[in-house]
Design a protein around this ligand. Structure first.
Ligand code: ADP
Length: 273
């Protein structure tokens, strides 16, 4: 450890008694944490640039082809314009996600405190994603307690969390199955789980899923319109709400993503007198 380049001396001194040297004092500082943050920042910029450059290169290629060889080919023009539209949407999704991430990070210290009903939030998400469910032939099942399950937070951010989780379950959970969303009221928490019965995720990937741009299968994620930032955004929003994100997955069986949020103590039902 002492030989590593990140441990650098910052001060040296001698403790003297008359002409005799009693001790030599050396102070060191460990720059490892700063270097790690610096490295993460450099990697993030490199990854973001690479992710933006890929659709941009494809757009430039199609523009050149449309100006040259395919200039008079109406069929090719139609097809190429469709792909170009998809690439432009991909860039715009990525920019939206990058901006969301930096906004959430910037506000990480602020606690969103509005009263939000999780049942209403998840119902909204289920309705918004119902067309994708039908497209994938996946049934979305939603179970929740009667009445509202209230937490303190930001409604739009919480919608974002469950949109990401349910959309992932629909995208990666395989077609023709079921996605189950459950809300449970626990003593001082609310617990929302999103379960799919897809191929699951190998254990070595699970701890890294919330890293920015981490994907198990990059090509498959891109094909599904993924940016690789969804779970990083989820993690940050959940942390800002003093919550916990849990990921459990059994390859071949499916995955369960859970979000635990503090909801305050559940009112004890008064015993009838
Ligand atoms: P993406 O935009 O690629 O979907 P996410 O951050 O949302 O990015 O997810 C990261 C990766 O985690 C995905 O690319 C996918 O490989 C994996 N993943 C997420 N949810 C699931 C799931 N329900 N089943 C299997 N793999 C999943």
């Amino acid at each position: 450890r002492w030989l590593r380049a990140d441990i650098v001396p910052i001060r040296a001194g001698l403790l003297r008694e008359g002409a005799r040297t009693e001790a030599v004092l050396l102070s060191f500082i460990d720059l490892t944490p700063q270097r790690r943050v610096e490295q993460m920042r450099v990697d993030f910029v490199a990854n973001a640039s690479h992710e933006l450059r890929t659709p941009l290169a494809s757009l430039s290629g199609f523009i050149e082809t449309l100006q040259g060889p395919a200039r008079n080919d109406a069929n090719a023009r139609e097809r190429f314009l469709k792909i170009m539209g998809e690439q432009a949407r991909r860039m715009s999704r990525l920019i939206d996600d990058l901006l969301s991430l930096s906004r959430i990070e910037l506000n990480a210290h602020l606690r969103p405190e509005a009263a939000v009903d999780l049942v209403a939030v998840v119902s909204h998400v289920r309705d918004a994603l119902a067309p994708l469910g039908r497209e994938r032939d996946v049934e979305i099942v939603f179970e929740h307690p009667a009445g509202a399950v209230e937490v303190r937070g930001d409604r739009d951010e919480l919608i974002r969390v469950f949109e990401n989780l349910v959309e992932n379950a629909l995208k990666y959970g395989g077609s023709g199955g079921r996605v189950e969303i459950t809300i449970l009221r626990e003593r001082t928490d609310a617990l929302v789980t999103v379960r799919d019965h897809g191929p699951g995720i190998a254990p070595e990937h699970v701890p890294r899923l919330t890293e920015r741009f981490y994907r198990v299968d990059t090509a498959h994620s891109r094909e599904q319109g993924g940016t690789g930032l969804g779970l990083a955004i989820v993690k940050h929003i959940v942390a800002r709400h003093r919550g916990k994100l849990g990921i459990e997955s059994v390859p071949g069986t499916g995955s369960t993503f859970s979000v635990r949020l503090p909801s305050g103590p559940v009112e004890q039902k008064k015993k009838p007198v």
